[in-house]
Design a protein around this ligand. Structure first.
Ligand SMILES: [Zn+2]
Length: 269
């Protein structure tokens, strides 16, 4: 397989013909190569394994359990997470640092998984006539590009499959994510408490803080919280209380996180 980005021309062709699962996975793999070349990843086996095991547990109970799901932790303090086509999920360190229990991490992971289950990137690409989505967006997303050169490389190599999702997509990802988490035996309350926490931080920081990227990429958080609350109210308390909120690995993961050196300096901060 040639290690070159898909060109805009190829994208238009793909958009015209529809994207098969195999093509989706290939695009995701190419994007993932770029991501690992350009963004710093947390290199700690305990943290990586924790997030990967949690992700596999949730993804394996979805309709796309057959994908080769991969979960990685980006070494960035910014609160964000993103999904590439084909099942490549990235959770920023800033998410883990703010989580109070396993179910809060699961809420974010379950949400990103649902973007892949519903093929949101693929649909967006099919609808976007191949242009002007996602080029160079990785830097904006994580704020973790370390040099102008890296940013230029991402711009040049931008495969345009990586785009912002609509409010409708976000609501679908919440609702599907909610169910994904529950199917894995995990309490969906963590999704609510975590989004609530992010909203509080966003409001107290006046919009320019570490959560800014999350709110730019996940529009409508306030409405979405109401939607999640509605879903929570429909699950019997006895069922909710029987679901898992935490595990012993979470505290171990947090202890490792606390021992990591500072995240790489972010441009413009
Ligand atoms: Zn989303």
């Amino acid at each position: 397989m040639r290690n070159i980005p898909i060109t805009i021309g190829a994208m238009v062709l793909l958009a015209a013909c529809g994207v098969s699962t195999q093509q989706e996975v290939q695009m995701g793999q190419q994007e993932a190569q770029q991501v690992s070349a350009q963004l710093p990843m947390v290199q700690d086996a305990v943290i990586e394994n924790y997030v990967n095991a949690l992700g596999q547990r949730i993804a394996s109970r979805t309709s796309r359990a057959d994908l080769q799901w991969q979960f990685q932790v980006v070494n960035s303090d910014m609160v964000n997470a993103f999904a590439l086509p084909g099942g490549f999920i990235y959770i920023n360190r800033g998410v883990l640092e703010r989580a109070s229990n396993m179910s809060e991490v699961a809420g974010v992971v379950g949400h990103e998984i649902e973007h892949v289950v519903r093929r949101h990137s693929v649909k967006q690409m099919e609808n976007a006539q191949g242009a002007n989505v996602g080029v160079g967006i990785l830097c904006a997303l994580t704020g973790a590009c370390q040099s102008g050169a890296a940013q230029a490389a991402i711009n040049i190599g931008g495969t345009a499959v990586f785009a912002k999702f609509s409010r409708t997509d976000e609501i679908q990802a919440d609702e599907g994510g909610f169910n994904n988490v529950m199917r894995a035996g995990i309490s969906p309350r963590g999704m609510y408490t975590f989004f609530q926490k992010l909203l509080a931080e966003e409001q107290s920081s006046g919009g320019g803080g570490a959560t800014a990227g999350w709110f730019a990429d996940h529009p409508g958080t306030q409405d979405r919280l109401a939607d999640i609350q509605r879903m929570l109210s429909q699950v019997p308390a006895s069922e909710l209380n029987g679901l898992q909120s935490n595990d012993s690995g979470f505290a171990t993961m947090k202890a490792r996180l606390a021992r990591l050196g500072p995240a790489p300096k972010v441009q413009g901060q």
